[in-house]
Ligand binder design. Sequence first.
Ligand SMILES: Cc1ncc(COP(=O)(O)O)c(C=O)c1O
Length: 307
Amino acid sequence: MTVSRSDSVVWLNGKIMSEKAATVPILTHSLQYGSGMFEGIRAYATENGPAVFRLDDHIKRFFNTAKMKSMDLGYTRKQMSDAVIEVVKRNKLGSCYIRPFAFYDDAHIGMATEGKKVSVFIAAVPFGAYFGSKKSNGIKCKVSSWRRINSNILPVQAKSSGNYVNSIMADTEAIEEGFDSAVLLSESGYVSEGPAENIFLVKDGVLVTPSVESDILLGITRDSIIHFASYNGISTEERLVRRDELYSADEMFFAGTAAEITPITHIDGKKVGNGRIGSMTSKLSDIYSRIVSGKEREFSGWLTYVK
Ligand SMILES: Cc1ncc(COP(=O)(O)O)c(C=O)c1O
């Protein structure tokens, strides 16, 4: 049985400790200036106990983010992967969301990070559908008035806390206007991605997703979908996607670790296709659920079991 939230533990700088005791001073650099960085990972319950989905790829991205930000984590990839497993195990979690986070653990005023202490924690929480019950009916999105940041402003491939202010602006605007989420366009006006999700369209049976030129985060779920769709005979066009394609698509969905595969049934108040969840979206979603729960042997290499 999962330990109660009040007894949950985190890994902080190499030690397992109570989540309640893991606190930071109010002037912590990363709290003031958004200089932290993180990963978002999911583990799923399987017949053989919990399994973390694409752990190595998430940890690799965590280290790439640190490199882009000149942050020395002070741990090896193996140490971080082992720590993720340890946190899931110690909290007796099944399906859950895992948050590795690195930040400047130094209380001072000023931008300077040189020589400042870096702390790393890993927390894990029970987690269901990111969009809650809306996931099974489809969500309503709007094209944001905010453009997606580009790589000359902030490194888009880094999962850097500061990048998410852009996502939060778009998400907040959408929710304030009665939508569930937003689709951001790139600086050049092409479809980029959701606040924390990649986007896929289906048109005349073809799966389409914006390419890297549109300042997307090259998501691990996106990559998984491209791979398993291809294995199932569905090829994906990775290319520039025009805004008007959103309005003529037959199906549309978000893809991400948190969102998994979430159907988008309305965009800017218009129905996507017939406004119901499409057959390609349902099919890919079923395959995804089977893979993450260990039921597709071909993709078992993506799972790291918590033993
Ligand atoms: C901006 C952004 N795009 C896309 C994604 C999807 O990436 P992944 O599938 O690796 O979770 C995320 C989530 O991490 C994100 O934050």
